[in-house]
Design a protein around this ligand. Structure first.
Ligand SMILES: [Zn+2]
Length: 505
């Protein structure tokens, strides 16, 4: 087994990167000063406002001439959309997309960019946002463009095709020379040793002043193929479960560090919260059921350490602590799930947890970070959507998961099929993240639903495909065609099935 490169750093799996906190409220003072930020509290006597520097300032009402509040983000979105309906321009939809992106409404952003290029196929900025690049006067999806330029995906990294044999032999390019991984590791160890002997290492316990300093990035860390731009999946190294004493210790530590009032453990999850302990208990029980279903699906039964779930009291706390925009309901960052209690602005809160919980399990049960790339985005997200729709039924004292058809997703894909605006399956199975919008989420869900719910044979095929991809075996597109046959023929059967689906009311 080859060792992974030392790049297991936690990078958000699904995100545009760190988005700025949107601070759309404004206080205008009697002294004519203006304070922009987010109003976190307003009483009869005073207003507290969080500024972009993280400070919370308090103003007495008699100091204030006017308070301008940014409207609810989703209401604003609806208004903007309605305006565009009267005056639909590519530029307008592009701007809407950027507006959404800045507020963490990632999927809505992609949708808006898609409309922009439907109106004007040559809208450059919208094309770029969706990952298209120009090749000989034609817009190509990012993956195709890279292939045209002579790159291929090798274990999730773009490498020059001419060097593919070298990579396959396990060689890596260092300072223009191809070396084996063993040599590389030896060199790295030697260099470490040198640094240790030179007395600058912290291993010696003391630091000498004014002597050698460690270079910020040693040459051997720069080795390896060029990183794929954009998003990295999160792999989690296997961690054995903690003893109950150690689990308690860890919980106490997290409570102290994060200022959490309660630790609410379930069998597989450690919830942290300041309020709604009972709600966390129920969520924990439900997620345990989900966890057992994952074990079966992934055939992954290793005992593992309990997952951490941080639940902020409300969206404002969540945004302040994580720097996420108001469109984000929660996320998984490679270590923990972070979300918040608010069923008013985010009524789908449990489904957010189930969705991110799916990514969490994927990150762990898929043996190495490279093979995570073998699961194309349609598989990764299709599964997450499949599980996010989960509901529970009580059977005696036990909870049982059921998977009702998510009405909105179904309606979305059915409409697209009728209008012939869906993504052809042969494209869907190749697609990268930048073009994966709400329609593609719905489509990926419906395809998995088709495989799982039609015939035993389809289910088996899906199982085989999933297992191969999980283990990083075979090219995801070629293997798909080998197992399921011609995507265009499959598309006919899938379309017919989806059009006849009805959500149970
Ligand atoms: Zn997702």
């Amino acid at each position: 087994m080859k060792r992974c490169l030392s790049v297991l750093a936690a990078v958000f799996w699904i995100s545009f990167g760190a988005l700025p906190l949107v601070l759309g409220d404004e206080i205008i003072l009697e002294s004519n000063g203006r304070v922009k930020g987010q109003i976190v509290k307003e009483t009869d006597e005073y207003v507290k406002i969080l500024t972009k520097y993280g400070a919370v300032l308090t103003y007495r009402k008699d100091e204030i001439r006017e308070i301008r509040r940014e409207k609810d983000i989703f209401k604003q979105y609806q208004e903007k959309l309605r305006e565009l309906e009267y005056n639909a321009t590519a530029e307008g939809y592009y701007r809407l997309g950027i507006w959404c992106k800045e507020r963490g409404l990632r999927i809505k952003a992609i949708d808006a960019f898609q409309v922009a290029i439907q109106i004007d196929g040559d809208h450059r900025k919208a094309r770029y946002e969706l990952g298209y690049r120009k090749w000989e006067g034609k817009w190509l999806p990012y993956e195709e463009w890279m292939e045209k330029r002579g790159y291929v995906l090798f274990r999730g990294e773009w490498v020059e095709k001419k060097y593919l044999p070298n990579y396959m032999q396990g060689l890596v390019l260092v300072n223009g020379k191809w070396v084996s991984r063993e040599e590389l590791q030896k060199k790295a160890a030697e260099e470490e040793e040198e640094w240790r002997l030179s007395g600058t290492s912290s291993a010696s316990g003391k630091k000498k002043k004014g002597k050698l300093t460690r270079p910020s990035e040693p040459w051997w860390k720069k080795a390896g193929p060029k990183k794929r731009r954009g998003y990295r999946p999160v792999a989690r190294r296997y961690r054995p479960p903690l003893t109950s004493a150690d689990r308690r210790k860890r919980a106490e530590y997290i409570k102290r560090q994060g200022g959490w009032k309660y630790w609410v453990p379930s069998r597989h999850y450690d919830f942290f919260t300041n309020i709604y302990v009972d709600r966390c208990k129920l969520l924990g029980r439900e997620m345990d059921v989900m966890f057992r279903n994952f074990q079966k699906l992934f055939k992954y039964y290793k005992p593992v350490r309990a997952f951490i779930v941080l639940m902020y009291d409300n969206q404002q706390h969540f945004m302040r602590a994580t720097n996420k925009g108001p469109g984000v309901g929660g996320f998984y960052d490679g270590r923990k799930i972070v979300s918040f209690h608010n069923r008013r602005t985010h009524p789908d809160q449990p489904s957010t947890l189930f969705h991110e919980g799916t990514h969490q399990f994927q990150g762990m049960a898929i043996p190495n970070m490279f093979s995570m790339q073998y699961l194309k985005i349609w598989m990764i997200e299709g599964m997450a959507v499949y599980f996010e729709a989960m509901k529970f039924r009580r059977v005696g004292k036990k909870l049982k998961a059921i998977y009702p058809i998510p009405k909105d997703r179904l309606r979305h894909i059915q409409m697209a099929i009728r209008r012939n605006s869906y993504t052809p399956l042969r494209e869907l199975i190749r697609m990268g993240q930048p073009r994966f919008g709400a329609l593609q989420y719905a489509e990926a869900w419906s395809l998995i639903h088709y495989f799982v719910n039609t015939t035993k044979r389809n289910r088996k095929k899906f199982d085989r495909y999933f297992t191969l991809m999980r283990d990083g075996k075979g090219d995801p597109v070629q293997t798909f065609v080998q197992i399921f046959g011609d995507p265009d023929k499959l598309e006919q059967r899938w379309k017919e099935y989806v059009l006849n689906l009805k959500p149970k009311s």
